[in-house]
Design a protein around this ligand. Structure first.
Ligand code: GLY
Length: 363
């Protein structure tokens, strides 16, 4: 059975979740985009051999003229060169403003293809077909699309909502344990920030095998939480910032490993543990550090990551939530309820210093 969530943003769209949905991509795209004739599927070199043929067959059966474009797997593809390549190929294909781009893959493909769609001909429709857990519960929903610049990640981008998000949980069976855990950090985050009962369910599931038995419900709950947060703040000026729980310090951890040693999810996991401890230190968060550490360990996620002190403080200072001289730190008022809590840099530094004292490896 297919479950549908309606996202009533400036460009409303449906998120559809169901097993074997990949074989119905054509039919569902046709239903949503009846005027489209051409559809360009953007994927990467890992996903292409796994799912591209199924998706293009389904699209052709639904009457679309299909082009497929494959970019190299990995974050490196989220760059200006690949974006220009996509623009040129899409125009050679003869795309018009009623035609469609589809992103088949993880967050990199979704962000890159979404940004190409947002900018081509001043904006064409795009469909997200996320194949990683991280993309299914986070990046495919909410319309943030971007490429990386030498100056940092996601620095050139747009808010451009997809026309449809199609999530087939079957795709997760081909993920490595590391990539599955990467997505679980964001799944656990939703429990921390908005849903205690969901947190408890994840805790009871106890790991990949257990959570896989509930995967449709898990993906649905995450997308529903994200949908509500995005509806309240589509352009990320207020409530949407709660989605960044654990991300400020998590970014420092990712940077410390040059974005290779640690996945985004691993950085966020350790970042959530730190953010919980900082919240306790600030007197905002009750002592819920232990359940957070326990659940992270169940999903093979780190609670700490070695990171030079300068990298940590620079990331906190430069973070995009640093507004008007204060840093809007995302902290938990309780397990299941995150708030944005303004602190001065000195207040935050004091908390970080106390965390540093008990970590002799931090230089
Ligand atoms: N991934 C955070 C957001 O979409 O706002």
């Amino acid at each position: 059975m297919v479950k549908t969530l309606r996202v009533d943003t400036s460009r409303p769209y449906d998120i559809k979740i169901g097993f074997s949905l990949l074989d119905r991509v054509g039919e569902l795209c046709r239903e949503t985009l009846p005027r489209a004739q051409k559809l360009a599927v953007v994927t990467d070199s890992n996903v292409q051999p796994l799912y591209l043929e199924r998706v293009t067959n389904s699209l052709k059966q639904a009457g679309f003229q299909v082009l497929s474009l494959t970019v190299p797997a990995g974050e490196g593809a989220k760059c200006a060169e690949q974006l220009v390549m996509l623009w040129e190929k899409l125009m050679e294909f003869g795309m018009t403003r009623t035609d469609v781009v589809a992103a088949l893959g993880g967050g990199v493909v979704g962000d890159l293809a979404g940004f190409a769609a947002a900018t081509l001909l001043r904006g064409v429709d795009y469909v997200q077909i996320p194949t990683t857990l991280l993309a299914q519960v986070d990046s495919s929903v909410g319309g943030k699309v971007a490429i990386d610049l030498h100056a940092g990640k996601n620095l050139a981008g747009a808010f451009w909502q997809p026309s449809l998000v199609l999530i087939d949980p079957d795709c997760l069976s081909t993920l490595s344990d590391r990539t599955f855990s990467d997505g679980m950090a964001e799944v656990i985050k939703y429990g921390c920030i908005r849903d205690r009962a969901f947190f408890d369910l994840l805790d009871r599931c106890g790991g990949r095998a257990g959570v896989t038995e509930h995967i449709e419900e898990v993906i649905y709950t995450c997308c529903d939480i994200k949908r509500k947060v995005v509806l309240a703040d589509e352009r990320d000026t207020g409530e949407r910032m709660v989605l960044n729980f654990g991300h400020t310090i998590g970014h420092a951890f990712e940077l410390a490993g040059n974005y290779e040693t640690w996945t985004h999810g691993q950085g966020v996991a350790a970042g959530m543990n730190w953010a919980a401890q900082i919240g306790v230190g600030l007197g905002v968060t009750p002592d819920i550090v232990e359940p957070i550490q326990t659940i992270l360990e169940k999903y093979d996620l780190p609670i700490d990551i070695p990171c030079p002190w300068d990298t940590l403080t620079n990331a906190v200072l430069r973070d995009k939530k640093n507004l008007g001289g204060k840093i809007n730190l995302i902290v938990l008022e309780s397990l299941g309820h995150a708030v944005s809590y303004p602190v001065t840099f000195d207040q935050l530094l004091e908390q970080l210093e106390s965390m540093r004292e008990i970590r002799p490896w931090m230089c």
